[in-house]
Design a protein around this ligand. Sequence first.
Ligand SMILES: Nc1ncnc2c1ncn2[C@@H]1O[C@H](COP(=O)(O)OP(=O)(O)O)[C@@H](O)[C@H]1O
Ligand SMILES: [Mg+2]
Length: 335
Amino acid sequence: MHRLERTSLLGRRAMVDQVQRTLRAESGSLLTLAGVGGVGKTRVALAAIRPLSDRFPDGIHFVDLGGVDDVGRLLPAIADAVTDNDRARGDGTVLSRAAGQLTGRQLLVLDGFDLVGAAAPSVSALLDHCPGLSILVTNRWPLHMTAERVIHLPGLSFPPVGATLSIAELSEYTAVQLYVERAQAHRPEFILQPDNAPAVAEICRRLDGLPLAIELAAALVQFLEPPALLAQAGHWLAVLTGGARDGPDHQRSLRSSIDRSYQLLAPAEQSMFRRVAVFTGGFSIPAAAAAAGVTIGPAFHTLAAWSRRTCCNGRPVARRRSRSARCGVNMPKSS
Ligand SMILES: Nc1ncnc2c1ncn2[C@@H]1O[C@H](COP(=O)(O)OP(=O)(O)O)[C@@H](O)[C@H]1O
Ligand SMILES: [Mg+2]
């Protein structure tokens, strides 16, 4: 059992079904489960593949690419993971060694592709060599390969801004359920009640329903009641730390998770990311261009590139008088 499966998975039935349906439908398929760091891609992948052994009777391989940060190491890592005896490790190219083990109807899960994105063509090459093979990739953004299917994983559901909801109504939102469940792991007597429910709802909303961030926030219930944590919202990047010691480094804190996404951007994209950080509640494209000191064209292309990489979204921002398209950076809202 994977370490993450020791806690309950909330609110992902439909997503798990969708991943399973896609993998069952076609062989030779490449499916990418894309979403921001900590949104639950690994969890959904694990839940989806467990019941698929009838569809992939020749094997399901889960390859954790967390420690693989060199594109040249992708195929060797796959080959090592799918090769179960030393004799088979011997000869041939690394591609033929991996392909030789992935015959018949098999599923290969490549979890955490972030650092080896440039090696995506190797994934295509594997599919070319192995007709019955399907590949499920988890990554912060799509690989942009021919015939790739993409499922975008959003955050958990959270209460809308300004709504006055009962405790029962708030408990319907999966982000609130996650906060309460993880808070109870640290303080068993914790329950949602009138003096903490509005703050819990607001914490979940400001964290965009991002499970990793909600887990980090809920763990603080040991010494901060939800209203007190909400009062620290301006310092969340410094406060939301203390992730599981048996988890990857980039999930130890909210900052390290965002840092990972930032490091994966090109230098010009990083520069614009820093500039638009001055906006709260979203920004229009002309405003982003002005802040970055560039014309609309380059600003548009950078924002589009971010959007493909799920660092930013082009959703209309609620309760604005302007009807022009506005973008939001996928980061916690501190005000
Ligand atoms: N739907 C969910 N229900 C409960 N916990 C979740 C859920 N989604 C994610 N988590 C938790 O959030 C953290 C990040 O999830 P993970 O799958 O590692 O994210 P990703 O792979 O997208 O970076 C983990 O501790 C995981 O257990
Ligand atoms: Mg993951």
